[in-house]
Every structure is written in structure tokens, then in C-alpha cells.
Ligand binder design. Structure first.
Ligand code: SF4
Length: 325
């Protein structure tokens, strides 16, 4: 029996690709990656529902470095899909070699995404992965060149599929026919395809090209205000945001809070100067209970400093000028 290792997002396509191989007796294991932009939760559910083992690897650091400078560029937003898929195949390929799998597979569908899943892109992904002869796309295999896995009989080409295009109807039909009626609508929910998050990430990388995974995790939290080239304010919207900021930062970071009024936690990032500090204090004050006071005292604490500024709360109109959305 041949052994295949498949990239699993847990969406319908990757799950169906696994089922296509399972149905012809291939021993299937899934691999799912965790980064700041997507996780393995859906893949875990799919693997459990269908019944195959899943390997989960956190690749946050190496993936972020790729996102900063993708060889094949970005899609509509900050999603470098060709490089991302190639990286996942490369990392999965290392596991394949280490663990003795025969080949790799994915749920990619020819023509489903015009930029990243046309025939050229699928070839680039396989070549760029370092394992061009080990990559199988079971959902579109019959429309693609024959692979060594099919030639040598590791898989039966006749029992692979010929799906192409953007419609999900064929996949839905197979899922129903094969007894998988509760299939998920889409994959892992990659933040890099979202406009709002992409705007935040673009701003972050423009101003801090050497951003870390923690910097990127902070982009998911609260409201973000670009105050100047050197300073940004992150402002919690609620208790969960405040706790997330505390968790991510530990002891680090310059934090802001209103002194005599309740209000959100602010985090001033970068190298803020005096003007940035005043601006940040005004924004923090404007989202607190003292927003209608003429002046509010805002405390700054962290990075070995402690001081306060008394400022007029910024108007909402002013705040919106700085917000990154
Ligand atoms: S959508 Fe996100 S996870 Fe999927 S290939 Fe593109 S960048 Fe990677």
C-alpha cells in the first residue's frame, strides 16, 4: 500500500483530496501548518471526521520571512499563495523523506484561483517546492500531466478526478456521494486574504521590515493608529484585547492608561517622540470615560520609563485620521 502525506487546511478541497486517495486504498496522513495567519483547527476536525492521522507543525518564523518578500509576489491582498504553497510542499517534503511517505498531495484545483492555481502556477509551486516529481493533485489529476506516482502505479490515475474551475458544485457533489454531508464551506480562513488585515500588515512591514511574529500577532488586536513613521498605537477595544496585549507583551512595551478614568489599554510601539506621545495620549483619552473632559491625565509605563501627560482628548474625527483599517 502506498503512503501519501497531504497538505490539509481542513476545507472541502483538501479533505476531498484525502478522501479520493483513501477510497483507492492509499494510506493517507495529513499535515497542517500553524502561522500567525492561519491555524490547524479545521484540519484537526476534518482529520478526525474522516479518520486519518494529522501532523501539525508551527512554522511561524520561516513563514513570516517568506511573507515579507515572496518570490512570486502577492495575490489580491497580502497573500503570497504560490510561495506559500511551495513552502508548505517543501516542508511537507522534508517530513515525507524523514518519515518514509511515497508522495505529497494537496487539494489544489486547476483554475480555481486565476493567479495561484492555473497550470503554470501549479507547476511553479511543484518546482519551487524542491519535490516536483512527488506532488499529486488528486482533484484535477486527470487534467494535468501524468505524474511518476501514476506511472509507477502508486496511485490509479483512473480513480483520480478531473475537477477544474471556480465552481464548488463538483466537490459538493462528491462530498455528498461519498458520505461527507457536513463538509466545511472553505479552508482555514487565511488572514492574508483579508483586506483589513492586509492593510495592517502592509503598514507594519513598510515601517518595520524586520517585524517579528509577536509584532504580527499584535496586528490582530484592537484598533491600530499610525502616528508617524516611527510610532504606532495599539488600543484595546475590550477586556479580551487588553488581555491579549498583556499576554503577547509580557513585561515589554510602553503602555498607556487614563489616570482618573476607566478606559482602554494603549500600547505605543516603535520610537515615539514627544509629539507621538501627546497624540497617543489624546487618542487613549478619547476612548475612555473622560472623553468629554477638557483635559485628561494619561500615564505611560514600561521600557524603564514612567511619566504622565495631561492632554485634551482627541476628537473622533482626529482619531479616524490616524487609524489603519
Ligand atoms: S490563502 Fe493563505 S494559506 Fe492559502 S496559499 Fe494563500 S497565503 Fe497560503
Amino acid at each position: 500500500m502506498s503512503k501519501a502525506l497531504g497538505l490539509m487546511s481542513g476545507g472541502l478541497d483538501s479533505t476531498l483530496a484525502a478522501m479520493t486517495l483513501l477510497r483507492q486504498g492509499v494510506e493517507v496522513t495529513g499535515i497542517s501548518f500553524v502561522t500567525p495567519f492561519f491555524g490547524a483547527a479545521k484540519a484537526r476536525i476534518a482529520a478526525e471526521q474522516i479518520g486519518f492521522p494529522l501532523i501539525v507543525e508551527n512554522i511561524s518564523d520561516v513563514h513570516l520571512e517568506m511573507v515579507k518578500n515572496p518570490k512570486y509576489g502577492y495575490g489580491r491582498n497580502m497573500n503570497p499563495c504560490i510561495d506559500c504553497h511551495a513552502m508548505m510542499f517543501r516542508l511537507a517534503g522534508e517530513v515525507m523523506q524523514r518519515e518514509g511517505f511515497d508522495f505529497l498531495f494537496s487539494g489544489e484545483v486547476l483554475g480555481q484561483r486565476p493567479m495561484s492555481q492555473n497550470a503554470n502556477a501549479l507547476r511553479s509551486v511543484a518546482n519551487h517546492s524542491g519535490f516536483p516529481d512527488k506532488v499529486l493533485r488528486p482533484l484535477s489529476a486527470k487534467l494535468l500531466s501524468i505524474t511518476p506516482m501514476e506511472e509507477t502505479g502508486l496511485v490509479d490515475r483512473e480513480r483520480l478526478l478531473d475537477i477544474q474551475g471556480r465552481s464548488r458544485k463538483p466537490q459538493q457533489r462528491y462530498a455528498r456521494e461519498w458520505g461527507y454531508p457536513d463538509f466545511p464551506s472553505s479552508g482555514g480562513g487565511c488572514l492574508l486574504t483579508e483586506v483589513g488585515f492586509s492593510n495592517r500588515l502592509r503598514d507594519q512591514l513598510e515601517h518595520k521590515p524586520d517585524s517579528t511574529v509577536i509584532d504580527v500577532e499584535l496586528l490582530k488586536v484592537g484598533r491600530q493608529f499610525r502616528l508617524s513613521d516611527k510610532a504606532k498605537l495599539v488600543l484595546g477595544r475590550n477586556q479580551a484585547d487588553n488581555e491579549a496585549m498583556e499576554r503577547l507583551l509580557g513585561e515589554a512595551g510602553l503602555r498607556l492608561r487614563c489616570n482618573n478614568f476607566s478606559g482602554p489599554l494603549g500600547l505605543l510601539c516603535g520610537q515615539p517622540d514627544e509629539t507621538d506621545c501627546e497624540l497617543a495620549a489624546g487618542i487613549v483619552a478619547s476612548y475612555g470615560k473622560g472623553k468629554d473632559e477638557p483635559r485628561v491625565e494619561v500615564l505611560f509605563r514600561g521600557e524603564g520609563r514612567e511619566f504622565s501627560l495631561e492632554v485634551p482628548p482627541a476628537t473622533r474625527e482626529d482619531c479616524l485620521k490616524w487609524i489603519v483599517s
